[in-house]
Ligand binder design. Structure first.
Ligand SMILES: C[S@@+](CC[C@H](N)C(=O)[O-])C[C@H]1O[C@@H](n2cnc3c(N)ncnc32)[C@H](O)[C@@H]1O
Length: 212
């Protein structure tokens, strides 16, 4: 069963023109055919969010990053080769900088990343300061990170990491779905929200005084 599942995913990816492969020259203007703003989702899972965002905002470009090909394959299938403003990178987020040697992105979405709840694993959390330092290098000045989670300890950790590293926090909420903030849901978000759990959310802005 498992082997058939992998085969399906391999075929999906092989037949897609939305996958960034290892020969990509990082020329995003050429890839998208325009210089529209680029938004990045880190750990996109099955790709509901990024597909809906790409459809909702055709004047922006979207790139989704996910390390497991059999998971991202579902997002690729959903896109059906038909979205001109969408690309998928199959790689670990720790390598993201290499795809943006010149081009900067205008926002980053981190949705329901793994909480790594054991204390000794805190450096693996996608909002640990070492990751923030990488994001800093690829974000345009003044560009936001949008962060959502169901996990309160991770949310508190994240707020502290942003704050301790001089990112400016905005629109912090402990119940996103009770606000008027514009929101496209993710697979995990639907699951948690349907179970009655609140969604924690914040935006963090890279300010000019922490660019070094
Ligand atoms: C909990 S799921 C959330 C998926 C989706 N964002 C959502 O909200 O439905 C986290 C996803 O991030 C991916 N991921 C975690 N760490 C990653 C890393 N270092 N590089 C790339 N993908 C990663 C996982 O494989 C998984 O698909």
């Amino acid at each position: 069963m498992r082997i058939r599942k992998k085969k399906w995913a391999e075929n999906e990816i092989a037949n897609s023109n939305l996958i960034i492969n290892e020969n990509f020259n990082n020329d995003w203007k050429n890839y998208f055919g325009n210089e529209n703003k680029i938004c990045l989702e880190l750990g996109c899972g099955k790709g509901k969010f990024i597909n809906e965002m790409a459809q909702k905002f055709p004047g922006k470009n979207f790139i989704a990053v996910e390390k497991y090909f059999h998971i991202i394959a579902m997002g690729v299938r959903r896109a059906n080769n038909s979205l001109k403003n969408l690309a998928f990178i199959i790689d670990d987020i720790s390598h993201i900088e290499k795809y943006f040697p010149k081009t900067k992105v205008s926002c980053i979405y981190i949705n329901f990343c793994d909480p790594w709840h054991k204390k000794r694993h805190y450096k693996r959390r996608l909002t640990y300061k070492d990751f923030l330092d990488v994001y800093k290098k690829i974000l345009m000045p003044g560009a936001p990170i949008y962060f959502k989670t169901d996990n309160l300890p991770l949310f508190e950790f994240t707020l502290n990491q942003f704050s301790d590293n001089n990112w400016k926090l905005k629109n912090i909420t402990f119940d996103l779905h009770k606000t008027n903030l514009d929101n496209v849901t993710t697979e995990y978000e639907e699951k948690f929200s349907n179970a009655g759990m609140p969604i924690y959310y914040c935006q963090a802005i890279l300010s000019n005084d922490n660019l070094n």
